[in-house]
Design a binder for this molecule. Structure first.
Ligand code: 13P
Length: 260
């Protein structure tokens, strides 16, 4: 991995977490401060109800925060929506867009995802754009055409590469305990890098491509050590400080090995 791509380990808490869960965020904060998370950039995406309190709890520290979704407009009559500007105001530096659960549960299309990505950029956030195929699409040999289509349709034309992160999350690997083979993950990430080079000529090497889907301490070293895998988007295992820190710590272990 080129030096300019610092690994990123992001936790997506999804619709989990009450006020009492701030204690887990404090434990992640303390673990990162104690060096237990290695050298990766660490980002947590708690539910919007906890974002401001979590960001305040970690103020001045090394953990960044993100939202899990955003509305398209900056403000206005959109009951229940949360704008990218609001996320930023609450302490976020990132926003996830296009997660497969939003695509499935809320019918989000690529063009809506593109508008949400543009909203995140407008607000000054970095965007974590999720792509991934279903099991049926993989079995039909359509995984690469599916994700390249998602990438082509949901990336805003003028996206700055420095504020773009791609998360490859095969839908069938999310929450299932099943992951693609390391060969399939490496092939997909290499393919995504090629497609990014096509869409953002000369800039693809800057963009971090995360793997997401059943990342656990037991498989993190293998998955995160693959070429073109620049980190992880972690769901279930990010809810437990010890597991999340163990996953992130993979990067410290590999650095120690490579430096001597
Ligand atoms: P799990 O790690 O629980 O499989 O979830 C992955 C995910 O969807 C992260 O966005």
């Amino acid at each position: 991995m080129p030096d300019r791509r610092r690994p990123l380990v992001a936790g997506n808490w999804k619709m989990n977490g009450l006020g009492a869960s701030l204690a887990e965020i404090a434990a992640i904060r303390d673990g990162v401060a104690a060096g237990r998370a290695g050298s990766a950039e660490i980002v947590l995406c708690p539910p919007a109800t906890l974002l401001m309190a979590a960001a305040e709890l970690c103020e001045g520290g090394p953990i960044g925060f993100g939202g899990q979704d955003c509305g398209v407009e900056a403000s206005g009559a959109h009951t229940g929506d949360i704008s990218a500007e609001m996320l930023k105001d609450a302490g976020a530096a990132y926003v996830i867009v296009g997660h497969s659960e939003r695509r499935a549960d809320h019918g989000e299309t690529d063009s809506l995802v593109r508008a949400k990505a543009a909203a995140g950029l407008r607000a000054g956030l970095s965007v974590i754009l999720c792509v991934g195929e279903t099991r049926a699409e993989r079995e039909a040999g359509e995984a690469m055409s599916k994700v390249s289509g998602q990438l082509a349709q949901s990336l805003p034309a003028d996206v700055p590469a420095t504020r773009l992160v791609i998360a490859y999350e095969p839908v069938w690997a999310i929450g299932s305990g099943v992951t693609p083979t390391p060969q399939d993950v490496a092939a997909m990430h290499g393919f995504l890098r090629e497609r990014l080079e096509h869409q953002l000529p000369g800039k693809a090497a800057i963009v971090r491509i995360l793997y997401g889907g059943s990342v656990k301490p037991a498989n993190a070293a293998e998955l995160l050590g693959l070429p073109d895998v620049d980190g992880a988007l972690v769901g279930g295992a990010s809810l437990k400080a010890t597991e999340f820190l163990q996953i992130a710590h993979v990067y410290q272990a590999s650095e120690v090995t490579s430096s001597g």
